[in-house]
Design a protein around this ligand. Structure first.
Ligand code: AVI
Length: 334
């Protein structure tokens, strides 16, 4: 059921509908507290212990991530922005206008907003885990684009994308910026891209991907001297306490992040400063001094490697746009 906004337009005394649209909202994902506790407990009891990166993003974690994107050491966000600005018209020409623009992990909707003039979408669909995160941004966007049909969708697409009929039957241009694809393993990424290709209805894909580069640059991007990434990672302990009922102490853990050249990925961990026990109702996990909880992987791709992945997922016509240093790739695929 649509949460609000009805048909997406409101008739005024002047009979003017197009200028008075309101966004529609549809919440399909429902958090199951018991399932979350079971998932967290299973991860902590595994060897090595792990917590899924999606738990990094509560209100504070999302703000800390926004702060990370402002750091001089964290190059992906500004490099992607530079590629978008340099090649916007060319990319739009390649992908075509008039599609339904589906923004995966939309958040503030800021990146998609920059594309509306060039892509002229027939409809904008913002997808995030909860419409609560989308409401304010979509209401602002609607004021700037009064005639654009807008849908906010609360959906968990981590395990594969399945869009509801409310998105409409038209070709969809899928938008997945920010190199979030790197937070999947390559196998998961392939399965996810296949679901994206299937759901695009022949539209296309615009996706940002972080490239393999020297270890020193990557290490610094994920372990900045100001300690913002450390705070982002250690905030996960506060979430564990809240969601699982642990009493983990933030000061008992160090942030550890490094690039593993052989695996082509950043690994992020929380490392115990001393031997300790994490206890929660119904379970506990002992950690030796120096033992780690694995909290995130961020895979890096070569241009050829990611283009091959897109082809394997079913996209035929693939183009890559990059920065002069070739640190980051924006792939347009049809
Ligand atoms: C969201 N994601 C693409 C970020 C990344 O670079 O993998 C998350 C992040 N983790 C630490 N810094 C940024």
């Amino acid at each position: 059921m649509l949460a609000r906004g009805g048909p997406g337009a409101r008739r005024t005394d002047f009979g003017d509908t197009a200028s008075m649209r309101t966004p529609d909202f549809l919440q399909l994902h429902h958090e199951d507290a018991a399932a979350v506790r079971a998932e967290l407990a299973a991860g902590l009891l595994a060897t090595p212990a792990r917590v899924a990166p999606k738990f990094l993003y509560d209100a504070l974690g999302s703000r800390l991530f926004d702060a990370i994107t402002e750091l001089p050491e964290y190059y992906p966000t500004r490099t992607e922005r530079g590629i978008f600005e340099a090649y916007r018209a060319e990319i739009a020409g390649f992908l075509g206008t008039g599609r339904t623009l589906v923004d995966l992990g939309a958040g503030s909707c800021e990146k998609a907003a920059g594309w509306l003039a060039a892509l002229q979408p027939a409809r904008y669909v913002a997808v995030d885990i909860s419409v609560v995160y989308l409401r304010h941004a979509l209401e602002c966007l609607q004021r700037a684009h009064p005639a654009l049909p807008i849908l906010g969708l609360g959906l968990d697409f981590a395990a594969g994308l399945a869009l509801p009929e409310a998105v409409g039957p038209e070709p969809r241009l899928m938008f997945y910026p920010g190199s979030s694809i790197g937070n999947f393993t390559p196998d998961e990424a392939l399965a996810f891209l296949r679901s994206v290709q299937r759901e695009s209805h022949g539209g296309g894909l615009l996706i940002g991907v972080d490239f393999v580069k020297d270890k020193a640059t990557l290490d610094l991007a994920y372990d900045d001297p100001l300690g913002v990434t450390a705070a982002f990672n250690r905030n996960l302990l506060r979430r564990l306490n809240l969601l699982l009922g642990c009493e983990a102490r933030v000061e008992d853990f160090d942030h550890v992040a490094f690039y593993d050249t052989a695996r082509q990925r950043i690994e992020m961990h929380l490392q115990a400063r001393r031997a300790l026990t994490l206890a929660w109702p119904g379970g506990e996990r002992r950690l030796a001094a120096g033992e780690r909880i694995h909290t995130e992987n961020s895979y890096k791709y070569t241009e050829a490697g990611f283009a091959a992945l897109l082809r394997e997922a079913g996209f035929r016509d693939v183009r890559c746009f990059s920065d002069p240093q070739r640190w980051f790739g924006v792939f347009a695929a049809r």
